[in-house]
Write a protein that binds this ligand. Structure first.
Ligand code: GLN
Length: 317
C-alpha cells in the first residue's frame, strides 16, 4: 500500500462528514457551560463540522459558519506564536510540557509539580504562555496574539465583547492561578495583565471552519493551506502538536489519544480542533460538554472521522 500522505478523495471526505453529522446530530448528552455566564446562552442544538485538507480544500456541514468563542482552543495557537518568538527550548523551560492529568483550571497541578512548570494546554501554563507574548506593553502583546491567531485562521478575528466581560467579571480563579505562578517565578509579565489578555484571547470568535483551517495550518508545517501564508516554522508545529497530544483534553487526554490517535484541543464554548499531521485539520462545534469540559458530539465526530479517514497516528497502515 502506497500512502499518498493526504486525505481520501474529496467526494469520500464529503460523504463521511455528512455521515458523521447525521449520525450524531440526535445525541442529547452533555451540558452547555455556564460558569462563564454569557456561554449559557448557546443552543444545545448548534452543530457544525468542517475538515480542511493541507491542499486547501474545505468540507463543511451544519453550523460550520456559526461564530462562538474560541476559549481554550486559543492555547495551542498562542503557544505556537510564543514558541516562534522564543524558540521551542526556552518555551519548554519557562512553561513546561508534561501532562498534568488534572482539570483545566487546576491549582493542584501547579503545587504538585516540583519545578512549578505546567503544560500550555491547561490554564496555568496558558496564562504563563500569554505572559511571554512579545510587546512593549499590554496593547502590543494583545495585538501580537490577536493578529497571530488571525493569520492561523486566514481572516481577521474579532473579540466577543459580552463573553470577554462576562468572563472578566467571574475569573477570580484564573487571577489566583496567575498570582500563584508569580510567587513561583513562573509568571513573566504582570499577572493581572496576563490574565486579562488571556481572557481576551479566549473571547475571540471563530467558526468550525476557522478551527479546521487553523488545525490544517499546524498539519501543513505552519503554512495556512488556504491563504498560503507561513504563520510559524515547521519545527514549532511539532512542539505544539506534542503538547496537544499530552494535555489537549485535560484529564481525558489519555482516553482521547487511545481512541482518536491524534492531537486535539477542546474549548468550553463547544469547539474542538484536531490535527492530522501532513493531512489536514478538523473543527467541530457543539456546545454540550462532558464533565471534563470537552464537547460530547465533538469527541464522537472526531473518533468516527479519525477511524473512517484512517488518520490515527499510531496505525501502521
Ligand atoms: N476561558 C476559559 C477559562 O479560562 C477557557 C477554559 C476552557 O475552554 N477549557 O476558564
Amino acid at each position: 500500500i502506497v500512502s499518498t500522505g493526504h486525505l481520501p478523495p474529496n467526494p469520500r471526505v464529503d460523504e463521511l462528514v455528512e455521515e458523521a453529522w447525521q449520525r450524531y446530530r440526535g445525541v442529547g448528552d452533555g451540558t452547555v457551560a455556564d460558569y462563564i455566564p454569557a456561554l449559557a446562552k448557546a443552543s444545545a442544538d448548534w452543530f457544525g463540522i468542517c475538515i480542511a485538507g493541507v491542499d486547501g480544500v474545505v468540507h463543511a456541514i451544519g453550523d460550520a459558519e456559526r461564530a462562538f468563542s474560541i476559549q481554550s482552543i486559543s492555547k495551542p495557537f498562542v503557544f505556537a506564536l510564543v514558541c516562534q518568538a522564543l524558540g521551542g527550548g526556552r518555551a519548554r523551560q519557562s512553561i513546561g510540557v508534561n501532562a498534568t492529568g488534572l482539570p483545566f483550571n487546576s491549582v493542584m497541578a501547579i503545587e504538585l509539580n516540583a519545578d512549578r512548570t505546567m503544560n500550555p494546554m491547561v490554564n496555568a501554563g496558558a496564562i504563563a504562555t500569554t505572559s511571554l507574548a512579545p510587546g512593549a506593553n499590554a496593547e502590543e502583546r494583545w495585538r501580537f496574539i490577536r493578529d497571530g491567531l488571525s493569520h492561523f485562521a486566514g481572516r481577521e478575528l474579532t473579540m466577543d465583547q459580552e463573553v470577554y466581560e462576562s468572563e472578566a467579571a467571574t475569573n477570580q480563579r484564573n487571577q489566583g492561578i496567575a498570582r500563584l505562578l508569580l510567587a513561583y517565578d513562573r509568571m513573566y509579565s504582570d499577572p493581572e495583565e496576563a490574565t486579562d489578555i488571556y481572557t481576551r484571547q479566549c473571547a475571540l470568535n471563530v467558526t468550525a471552519r476557522d478551527l479546521a483551517v487553523m488545525g490544517a495550518t499546524l498539519a501543513d508545517g505552519g503554512v495556512n493551506p488556504v491563504t498560503k501564508e507561513r504563520v510559524v516554522d515547521e519545527d514549532r508545529c511539532r512542539r505544539v502538536l506534542a503538547v496537544m497530544a499530552t494535555a489537549g483534553l485535560y484529564e481525558q487526554s489519555g482516553d482521547w489519544l487511545y481512541e482518536v490517535g491524534l492531537p486535539g484541543k477542546s474549548g468550553v464554548a463547544g469547539g474542538l480542533v484536531t490535527t492530522a499531521p501532513g493531512k489536514g485539520g478538523l473543527g467541530v462545534f457543539s456546545p454540550p460538554l462532558d464533565a471534563a469540559g470537552n464537547s460530547v458530539r465533538g469527541q464522537l465526530v472526531t473518533r468516527f472521522l479519525s477511524e473512517r479517514l484512517g488518520l490515527n497516528l499510531f496505525a501502521s497502515q
